[in-house]
Ligand binder design. Structure first.
Ligand SMILES: [Fe+2]
Length: 358
């Protein structure tokens, strides 16, 4: 594959991210103070998030920096880190609303699971990640490399763990290129064959318990990758899912191993006030297990948003089984879950109209 302009900057090694900080953004004191005062003035504790409109939140001087970070994740490196969101003297609810406000300006938030939640509190709720219905965000487990189910995911740190909880990110474009160079035969397997992913019991009406797609595909010269060992192994226990062939196992094991190579995998710790933005098509990510603080108010807490954006690119046709639309700039992806109702539909329509999306 010849990388296009889009893909070239998404091809990186860990050392590239260390040496070039063009994917790092930070908010200055003025921007931070503006956001803090703005969010305190706007928060109504009893108002549901769906109720807030984008123009109620003036991001002020932070707006340009946030947009630049989103663009870097979208069209550049596939990852961006924005540091300096207000955190001191900001309550959990205020911090959550700030993230919601950023999302309202950048895209249409997507639901993320069984409860059809549009923003997830990423914290240890004692979930068994390896169970048939397990999810990583509500556990303290070490997670497999995976892509989140949306175009762009943002993760904002409110509290970090006592220890552990390190974030790992690899360029899936780099991993693909390495695989093509080392084992073109196995690269062809992850591109040409269908792998089945479990929906972990979170399927909405009209969706089956699993879906199939290749791990790597292309559209308009761009590479798209998806991987999640936990969901693929989970699907192996579902009726109707073909058993993985030896070759499929070997190919995905190699892809997974390449993602974890020290020269390819970039590791970082998010600190309070950091916002990590990931393009799930060109990066795959993971997290180490963690030990939490004993005190409730200090426990590890991040807020996660999944976004469909107005300027998104066309997806490969094989991505339709999960995303339900491959059209550029469409409201796509997410996990509609079991509580997807009119309130969700109204919110999505209003937000899509605001951003000129379909
Ligand atoms: Fe994730």
């Amino acid at each position: 594959m010849n990388p296009t302009k889009y893909d070239r900057s998404a091809v990186w090694l860990a050392s590239d991210l260390e040496q070039h900080d063009n994917w790092n953004f930070s908010l200055d004191q003025t921007s931070r103070e503006h956001l803090k005062q703005m969010i305190k003035a706007t928060l109504d504790k009893d108002r549901p998030l769906f109720d807030y409109k984008p123009d109620e939140f003036d991001l002020g001087p932070a707006g340009k920096t946030i947009a630049a970070a989103m663009d870097m994740a979208h069209y550049g490196r596939g990852i961006a880190l924005l540091s300096g969101l207000p955190r001191d003297g900001v309550s959990e609810q205020e911090f959550e609303l700030l993230n919601w406000a950023i999302g309202l300006h950048c895209g249409v938030a997507r639901p993320q699971g069984r409860a059809s939640q549009y923003i997830s509190s990423v914290r240890d709720a004692g979930t068994d990640y390896r169970a048939a219905t397990g999810r990583g965000y509500s556990s303290n487990a070490k997670l497999d490399f995976h892509a989140d189910g949306c175009d762009l995911a943002t993760l904002a740190c409110y509290n970090k763990a006592k220890s552990g909880g390190q974030s790992m990110i690899s360029s899936s474009v780099t991993a693909w290129q390495v695989m093509c160079a080392e084992r073109p035969d196995l690269a062809e397997v992850i591109h040409g064959e269908t792998y089945y992913f479990s929906r972990q019991g979170e399927e909405a009406e009209g969706e089956g318990p699993f879906y199939g797609q290749p791990l790597v595909d292309f559209e308009e010269g761009r590479l798209f990758a998806k991987w999640n060992r936990n969901r693929i192994m989970s699907a192996q226990n579902l009726e109707g899912v073909p058993k993985l062939t030896e070759l499929q196992r070997e190919a995905s094991d190699l892809f997974d191993a390449i993602l974890k190579r020290p020269d390819i995998m970039y590791t970082m710790y998010l600190k309070p006030g950091d916002l990590q933005i990931l393009n799930n098509h060109v990066t795959l990510h993971s997290r180490t297990d963690f030990i939490d603080h004993d005190e409730l108010e200090k426990k590890r807490l991040l807020f996660r948003l999944w976004l469909a954006t107005p300027n998104s690119v066309p997806l490969p046709k094989s991505w339709d089984a999960y995303f339900h639309s491959v059209k550029p700039g469409s409201v796509r992806g997410g996990i509609r879950g079991h509580q997807y109702d009119d309130k969700c539909r109204v919110f999505e329509h209003r937000q899509a109209a605001h951003l000129g999306m379909h």
